[in-house]
Design a protein around this ligand. Structure first.
Ligand code: ZN
Ligand code: ZN
Length: 143
């Protein structure tokens, strides 16, 4: 079966591109700042675009950072509602999406135990990433 292409507006695509290029999750306000030179002035414009992208599963919201990042595993195929699990470095703010079907199934099962319709599954692991750890070590080494 051919993949269904999602219809995003130009604005939606622009935001998706910015998120894909970003090295770490971006807040709606950072996105707004980056879009200002292109004539985007109001937060609701950005939020509406983010809502559409979130609904399709091509963008994820990181609850603990209140920021957004592009899905690392699904481009335009609209993998709606796939589990979003993340590892977030508390020092540099970089985040990695965790793609683990077993974890997704387990979380679904647990959710169903408590709710007939679990509506939000958020898994965020925070810690110190390897490159931040290296930097910290280097600092300790220098007298
Ligand atoms: Zn994803
Ligand atoms: Zn880090």
């Amino acid at each position: 079966m051919p993949q269904k292409q999602l219809s995003f507006s130009l604005q939606d695509r622009r935001i998706l591109t910015l998120l894909r290029r970003a090295k770490k999750p971006l807040s709606a306000y950072t996105l707004l700042d980056q879009l200002r030179p292109e004539g985007v002035r109001s937060p609701p414009t950005v939020y509406r675009a983010l809502d559409r992208l979130l609904a399709c599963g091509v963008v994820h919201r990181l609850e603990s950072l209140n920021a957004f990042m592009a899905c690392a595993y699904h481009a335009d195929d609209g993998a709606k509602g796939h589990l979003s699990a993340f590892a977030i470095c508390a020092t540099c703010g970089r985040a990695w999406e965790i793609h683990d079907p077993t974890l997704a199934r387990t979380i679904k099962k647990i959710g169903k135990k408590f709710f007939t319709q679990p509506d939000q599954e958020v898994i965020e692991i925070s810690g110190l990433c390897a490159s931040c750890e290296k930097k910290q070590k280097n600092c300790e080494d220098t007298p």
